[in-house]
Design a protein around this ligand. Structure first.
Ligand code: COA
Length: 153
């Protein structure tokens, strides 16, 4: 496993990974939210320009990714996915730990996540890493509730 920062050249491969993962979560997220997360290459390219993304590669293929949006002295973690055929190998955990190191490096004092109620694997992961469930926004994204997690450093 190789963990590195993503570059503009990764946009297409990342877009394919997001498409694959979120096309399977329509039932959990609803059509609109799932479609929004299935970003195309151009959109992912903009994310990569604006924010810092880390990826896990195995034998040269991207198998997991996370985005880190630094704003207001916090790090908002976004777009965390692992390829469906490469799960439970510690890739997401490694990315979350990398994001925490990155937060410390850039001097922010808090990490947070918003997620959807049915994404149970993600919520287990956050709790196992010391994140606290800190709120719920009702019918927030296209009618889907949002569950909030935070971790103070
Ligand atoms: C959530 C997700 C990123 C986890 O990726 P992963 O690489 O398989 O996760 P890891 O192997 O690092 O697992 C770390 C921990 O997360 C939890 N976890 C992961 N998958 C789980 C599952 N299917 N059921 C229950 N807990 C799970 C466990 O606590 C696990 O630790 P353990 O394996 O020691 O028990 C992946 O399931 C995914 O892409 N899901 C769909 C997209 C998504 O929900 N993204 C989060 C958006 S907010």
């Amino acid at each position: 496993m190789h963990l590195r920062r993503a570059t503009a050249d990764d946009a297409l491969t990342l877009a394919r990974l997001y498409d694959l993962v979120w096309s399977r979560e329509t039932g959990t997220l609803g059509e609109k939210l799932a479609a929004e997360r299935r970003a195309d290459e151009l959109t992912v390219g903009k994310w990569l320009e604006r924010d810092t993304y880390f990826i896990v590669e195995v034998e040269g293929c991207i198998r997991a990714a996370i985005g880190c949006e630094a704003k207001h002295g916090t790090l908002h973690l976004v777009h965390l996915v692992t390829h469906p055929q490469h799960r439970r190998r510690g890739f997401a955990r490694a990315l979350m730990e990398k994001a925490e190191l990155y937060a410390k490096k850039i001097g922010v004092n808090k990490l947070w996540f918003d997620t959807a109620p049915g994404l149970d694997a993600a919520q287990n992961l956050y709790q196992s890493l010391g994140y606290t469930r800190c709120g719920r926004l009702r019918r927030h994204y296209w009618g889907t509730d949002v569950v909030l997690y935070e971790k103070l450093l």
